[in-house]
Design a protein around this ligand. Structure first.
Ligand code: ADP
Ligand code: MG
Length: 720
């Protein structure tokens, strides 16, 4: 039977109050629809894993034929259960799913976990089937996890509500990291891999298509709960980006690291996400800007995500000392490690004289530095030297992070253990990399047993260190919410404008009404009128053709700079008319724009656009060819504070040019920041009408000389 959107046949459901999330992740009772003792089937595996891992709540296997499954009394259907289960997991064919959901709602089930696929992630009919589920959920109060998910693993509740064969293990492993994943297969894989790394997770939640319960529901639960100390999310798309921003801000306020791997980094990733869980990936740059502002880390891989979260739970809090202290048992290892650290932008700590003196009691002078080379000893080799030197280095106040690169050395496993312990005792976030093969096998076992994380080889450690440093770097965080600049009138003060593409002078009027300095200009219908206008403005002037149809005026010869007198101007206007008509025969030409010739030190681009998910975003960078070749722009969510714009500019590759390099004066960054702030408010006030608006260039003078918009384009949608 194909489910339909027609709701008349649906049960009116029992008007349950919506079950609290805490109860959904810690249910007192679970029903498995499609339970069996055949582990080749989904329902069979789910039942067996619930039993195997000792679920302590009530378990209701539901199976039409059996009276008992794995020693538990089985029931033929939902309506015959002795009490309404908190959670039911439905391992049934898609065709019977909807009627089973209706029965579950009738039986008063609190939350249904739907593992079936073939919904919004598949096609429009699937989307309709999903809409019917959402409708049932909204009407009856029964919560839905999924569809297209793999359930939940909650070790501290001894609950493996999931069919993955990875659960065929003796223990689930428990920890303080909450993991939420849209992809079910990834969730169980991450869980399993974390365990192989000796990292326990507190939750593994797979939320699939997020038809009802969504990522943010779980983030919010985990933020509020003290036992979860870091949150990891694999996300393909957001149900509500504004809510995500609030959830991320709550994590930051609670001091809980939030780490995310999100698809859609590249265009290829976007396609994969669409075809996977039916969520549209928002523009990655807008998302990344939001994450930077709220302190959300974006590791590139799920391994890096879980491992970094683990270190962050071990060494909580943000630190302000950026230097790394490196210990190695090989000069070569120490050398490579320091090269790679500096490539990754992680400075080696400059340690104090007192630390060096102390190290020199045991090590030869050239080795008693950061990095320490344990091979260069003054005294006989002992395990103690290793420990003492490590502790001494890490105690230095300029060392923020520790990194032990353990190449071949005598007493390998004892020393590796002692170094790892010294590293942990330091209280500074530290990584241990084992760079040998079989020699480290015993150390691997021992470290694992003691719950000390290590990596094989140092590349993995380097990426984690970089993420730790990023977490501690608070420069990108938004400190205070944006406030309307003084003197900028509230919404409603927008001048009248027409919809669609705007001419340069229309954009400049909008900008001027928001207090952005624009080049003085006059519009003139004829070359002669342009001449008169120029005389009033004062020579030299700039002449442009005014047309909303020409996006890049210079490309068609529609811009002339530095015209010195009326005769030159009139001649240029005539010539320009001929040239533009030939190059852009279909463009409607409104006339000429005669402008003051603005002088400055640099050209900057400022743009705003409305992202369908994340709302208005603003960019700033050096304009002209630089932006086209380097793509060096900083992105933020709008509106933005002037102080934040200064930090954005600081984050550019071209930042030194703003500060004044090679004899060039520093630019008027304050004036740029002021213009960007105002343009970001214009974007905010245009609301849904903003498609995009760009100033290229804003001509910027040296510090104190100001910044003036000389060109602008915008697309503004009709009011809805
Ligand atoms: P386009 O449509 O090709 O981007 P612009 O209006 O940006 O045309 O003009 C092209 C270039 O001419 C600008 O990048 C800037 O260098 C210069 N320019 C334009 N207007 C002015 C002005 N009023 N004062 C000084 N230079 C200007
Ligand atoms: Mg331009």
């Amino acid at each position: 039977m194909k489910p339909t959107l027609h709701t008349a046949h649906l049960s009116q459901g029992r008007a349950t109050s919506r079950l609290l999330l805490d109860r959904i992740v810690h249910p007192r009772s679970v029903a498995v629809l499609g339970a069996s003792d055949n582990v080749a089937k989904f329902g069979g595996r789910i039942t067996s894993f619930l039993v195997k891992h000792g679920f302590t709540g009530e378990l209701f296997p539901i199976n039409r034929q059996a009276t008992e499954i794995l020693g538990r009394k089985a029931y033929p259907n939902m309506s015959e259960l002795p009490s309404a289960p908190d959670v039911a997991i439905l391992a049934v064919p898609g065709a019977t799913l909807h009627q089973n959901l209706v029965a579950a709602a009738d039986a008063g089930v609190g939350c249904c976990v739907i593992i079936s696929t073939g919904f919004a992630e598949l096609d429009s009919e699937g989307a309709q089937r999903q809409a019917a589920i959402v409708e049932l959920s909204a009407r009856t109060g029964m919560r839905i996890l999924g569809p297209n998910c793999m359930g939940m693993i909650v070790p501290h509740h001894k609950m493996a509500l999931c069919s993955s064969v990875t659960l065929n293990t003796d223990t689930l492993g428990d920890g303080s990291i909450g993991l939420i994943s849209q992809s079910g297969a990834l969730m169980v894989s991450m869980f399993d891999r974390a365990k192989a790394d000796g990292i326990g997770l507190r939750y593994g939640i797979s939320c699939g298509n997020q038809s009802d319960l969504e990522i943010c529901d779980f983030i919010d639960h985990m933020v509020a709960e003290p036992e979860t100390r870091a949150i990891c999310v694999y996300c393909e798309g957001f149900v509500d980006a504004a809510r995500f921003k609030r959830s991320a801000a709550a994590c930051r306020a609670a001091g809980k690291p939030l780490l995310m791997v999100k698809t859609g980094r590249t265009a290829a990733g976007v396609v994969a996400a669409q075809s996977h869980t039916a969520s549209l990936a928002g523009s990655f740059e807008a998302f990344a800007a939001l994450c930077r502002e709220q302190g959300v880390l974006l590791p590139k891989s799920t391994d890096d995500m879980i491992r970094t979260a683990h270190i962050l739970t071990r060494f909580p809090g943000r630190r302000s000392v950026p230097g790394v202290g490196v210990v190695s048992s090989s000069g070569g290892g120490a050398g490579i490690a320091s090269d790679r650290l500096s490539e990754a932008g992680l400075p080696l700590a400059k340690i104090e004289r007192a630390t060096i003196d102390k190290l020199e009691e045991k090590l030869l002078s050239p080795q008693a530095q950061n990095p320490i080379d344990l091979g260069g000893r003054k005294v006989p080799e002992t395990v103690d030297i290793t420990t003492d030197c490590t502790a001494t280095l890490l105690a230095d106040p300029h060392v923020g992070y520790g990194f032990a690169v353990l190449a071949s050395m005598p007493f390998y496993s004892q020393r590796a253990l002692r170094i790892a312990e010294a590293v942990h005792a330091s209280g500074k976030p530290s990584l241990v990399a084992l760079t040998v093969g079989a020699l480290a096998d015993e150390a691997r076992r021992e470290l694992r047993q003691r719950g000390i994380f290590y990596t094989d080889g140092f590349e993995d450690s380097l990426r984690i260190l970089a993420l730790l440093a990023e977490n501690d770097d608070t420069r990108g965080l938004v400190e205070t919410p944006a406030a309307r600049p003084a003197g900028l009138s509230a919404v409603g003060a927008l001048p009248k404008f027409r919809e669609g593409l705007q001419t340069e002078s229309e954009v400049k009027q909008l900008l001027a009404s928001y207090g952005v300095a624009v080049a003085k200009e006059s519009l003139a219908p004829t070359p002669e009128a342009a001449g008169e206008a120029a005389a009033k403005l004062g020579f030299p002037v700039v002449l442009k053709v005014s047309s909303r149809d020409i996006v890049h005026k210079s490309d068609v010869g529609a811009v002339r700079l530095g015209l010195a007198d009326a005769a030159a101007l009139v001649a240029a206007a005539r010539e320009m008319t001929t040239r533009v008509k030939a190059a852009a025969p279909n463009a409607t030409i409104d006339g000429f724009s005669v402008q003051e010739m603005v002088r400055g030190e640099a050209e900057v681009i400022v743009g705003v656009r409305r992202d369908p998910q994340f709302g208005p975003i603003v960019i700033v960078g050096l304009g002209g060819v630089t932006v086209e070749i380097l793509h060096d722009v900083a992105v933020a969510t709008a509106p933005v504070r002037q102080a934040h714009v200064v930090k954005m500019i600081d984050s550019l590759k071209t930042a030194p040019l703003f500060k004044g390099a090679r004899g060039r004066p520093p630019l008027d960054v304050e004036a740029i920041a002021n213009a960007v702030e105002r343009i970001s408010w214009l974007a905010h006030d245009l609301g849904a009408r903003l498609v995009d608006l760009e100033v290229n260039p804003l001509i910027v003078g040296a510090a104190g000389e100001g910044a003036t918009a000389v060109d602008g384009r915008a697309n503004i949608a009709a009011a809805s």
